[in-house]
Design a binder for this molecule. Structure first.
Ligand SMILES: [Zn+2]
Length: 258
């Protein structure tokens, strides 16, 4: 590893503590790390050409643990709705795990927890994250009580194949949490055709982000139902959205295998 990278990794925790202290307050609480702030950290996106931009209308990331709103919402659902800590022994597969959440679940004694991600060159993955392909999972049928796969399907060319694989490895009555960015103004999803191979710039122009292959519309839920899931869409009230800095339009999407 490059010396600069090593130094960055070493200094990051102290820098985050500094940012958290500088932004202390009682307006918003990160329900994952428990710290309170006067506001949240602006979310920065990257254009196809590598330049950065600040994403507007976004509630923001935690100054300390760097969580996104969607991670805080998922964490809230896991503990307050699913009541993960009170569950009997359960087996979870987490795809492309959000580190703030996986670091917690790994400590839960009642959870048999497996993490995978598609390993790409140039990226670092924690030791506990194995290489794996969501469209071709190496696990047997009916293996998991829960599968978490958030903000992944919009990157996958054959998302239906992924949904079928997710359903295959879930046990009967198992649940998959499949949150995605969605444009509620859009009735029908727009996407790259299977035989198209768009450039990063074209993808950004068409789908809003250089590495997305589609922009989901309202019919996302029909796709899930067509694969055979029972879909439950969970959102929280204004009070909770304000308190924890959730995105009011982001839903925890719970897909049950009947
Ligand atoms: Zn936090």
């Amino acid at each position: 590893m490059h010396i600069k990278e090593v130094l960055k990794d070493l200094l990051r925790p102290a820098y985050r503590q500094y940012l958290a202290f500088n932004n202390r307050g009682n307006e918003v609480t990160c329900n994952i790390c428990g710290r309170q702030f006067s506001g949240l950290r602006p979310v920065v996106g990257r254009h196809a050409d590598g330049s950065l931009f600040e994403i507007q209308n976004h509630t923001g990331r935690c100054w300390l643990c760097d969580s996104y709103p969607r991670s805080r919402q998922l964490y809230y659902w896991l503990h307050n709705d699913y009541k993960i800590l009170q569950a009997d022994k359960i087996k979870i597969l987490h795809v492309a795990p959000e580190v703030q959440i996986s670091n917690r679940i790994r400590k839960y004694k009642n959870v048999d927890y497996i993490c995978i991600d598609k390993h790409c060159e140039g990226y670092k993955y924690p030791d506990y994250v194995n290489d794996g392909d969501i469209c071709n999972l190496e696990f047997g049928d009916n293996s998991f009580d829960m599968l978490i796969c958030n903000h992944v399907l919009e990157h996958i060319k054959d998302d239906i194949a992924a949904m079928k694989e997710i359903k295959r490895v879930l046990k009967k009555n198992g649940v998959a949490i499949l949150m995605i960015p969605i444009d509620f103004e859009l009735d029908k999803t727009i996407e790259e055709a299977m035989d198209e191979n768009l450039s990063a710039t074209e993808r950004e122009e068409r789908f809003g982000q250089y590495d997305h292959v589609r922009l989901y519309g309202q019919d996302y839920f029909d796709r899930l139902k067509a694969v055979g899931f029972y879909v439950e869409r969970i959102s929280y009230n204004d009070e909770l959205n304000m308190k924890y800095g959730f995105m009011p339009k982001e839903e925890v999407i719970v897909c049950k295998k009947g």
